[in-house]
Design a protein around this ligand. Structure first.
Ligand SMILES: Nc1ncnc2c1ncn2[C@@H]1O[C@H](COP(=O)(O)OP(=O)(O)OP(=O)(O)O)[C@@H](O)[C@H]1O
Ligand SMILES: [Mg+2]
Length: 337
């Protein structure tokens, strides 16, 4: 992969959700085609777990914006905070500080009742463990129809035929229509995950969150599950954020976000090239509002950077040099003078 490194500038959460103070042109240009206004916007999100007097800062001021209709992969080492972020976005956990909005819902200001409605209709969630996504005593079609029944309440129970129809449509879309009448125990792990995508989409959520949905599958099943996520994104326009350890998956999405120590560190944007040519991938570092920037570890190691670096402002970029004694900052403006 040829990756050029650049810097992505951030604006405030209000700018992003109101459409005021748009990101600079460069950012606009690099936004994947088809992605609309921000549907997920996190601003300086913090989540601290305290257990037995020990504090773990799982999210350390995380900023993230995902546009409507994007299909994004979230990658990062174990313990970097991926599940913590997904659980917050899913309304399963609450942040310690910061802001988070999903499809216009303020995740820090929701009542218990709002939260329940939010989890039923605004977001769909897919767990890694297939058994956690499906009820073992219901068929695939009944599993998909169940959230529709719960969201609509008893008064509209007569919509049963319509719910059954929609359940079948969703199963067809994820490629497991033939499993409609089967119980979970009669399906493979990959088939169960594709049914689970149907369950997650049943109430037409704005966002589909998936935490390593292919983690327990062989590569062929994983491909089928990922293809179903792509189809859901393309056909229904649902915004998809998927945590994965699988490099194959991140090669198939337009945007891959890397999380490191509870913050977004870099992102890779992939654009389709002209016919017959390889996609172009550009890697960006994230610049926060305080001007902080994470330099990729391989850059730091290859130049032996430590503790402090020298910076120089150039007409169209900023130079960063390791702090080696006796070596001044090389100013390219003075070169040749
Ligand atoms: N309920 C909890 N109580 C205390 N600490 C927790 C809890 N959940 C997560 N943590 C800690 O928060 C940090 C982030 O965990 P998280 O589960 O978000 O990581 P992850 O990126 O999903 O990792 P993995 O790839 O292993 O799933 C870790 O240090 C973890 O030990
Ligand atoms: Mg996790």
């Amino acid at each position: 992969m040829s990756a050029e490194k650049g810097v992505r500038e951030r604006t405030s959460i209000d700018d992003l959700t109101s459409g005021v103070g748009r990101p600079p042109d460069r950012d606009q240009a690099s936004r994947p085609a088809g992605a609309g206004a921000a549907v997920i916007a996190c601003d300086r999100l913090v989540r601290i777990y305290s257990t037995a007097g020990i504090e773990v800062q799982a999210l350390q001021g995380l900023d993230l914006v995902v546009g409507d209709g994007e299909l994004t992969a979230l990658v990062g080492a174990s313990g970097s905070g991926k599940s913590t972020l997904l659980n917050i976005l899913a309304g399963l956990d609450t942040p310690t500080a910061g802001q988070a909005r999903v499809a216009g819902h303020d995740l820090l200001a929701m009542t218990a009742r709002d939260r329940l409605a939010y989890r039923r209709s605004v977001v769909g969630f897919l767990w890694q463990q297939t058994s956690r996504n499906l009820f073992s005593h219901l068929t695939a079609a009944e599993n998909v129809a169940l959230p529709m029944r719960l969201a609509r309440g008893r008064a509209q129970a007569r919509g049963r035929a319509r719910r059954g129809e929609r359940a079948l449509e969703l199963l067809e879309m994820t490629g497991v229509g033939y499993c409609a009448g089967r119980m979970p125990a009669q399906m493979s792990g990959g088939e169960q995950q594709r049914v689970a995508i149907g369950i997650a989409l049943a109430n037409r959520p704005a966002v589909l969150l998936a935490d390593e949905p292919t983690g327990e599958l062989d590569s062929e099943s994983a491909d089928e599950v990922f293809a179903a996520l792509r189809t859901a994104n393309a056909e229904l326009g649902v915004t998809v954020l998927v945590v994965t350890h699988d490099p194959q998956v991140s090669a198939q999405v337009r945007r891959t976000i890397a999380i490191r120590d509870g913050k977004i560190s870099t992102e890779v944007l992939r654009r389709a090239a002209a016919d017959g040519e390889a996609d172009v991938a550009e890697e960006y570092s994230v610049l926060d509002r305080a001007g902080r920037l994470q330099i990729p570890r391989d850059f730091i190691e290859s130049l032996g950077m430590r503790d402090r670096v020298r910076l120089a402002l150039e007409p169209d970029h900023v130079g960063v040099w390791p702090d080696s004694p006796g070596q001044g900052v090389k100013n390219t403006n003075e070169e040749g003078e």
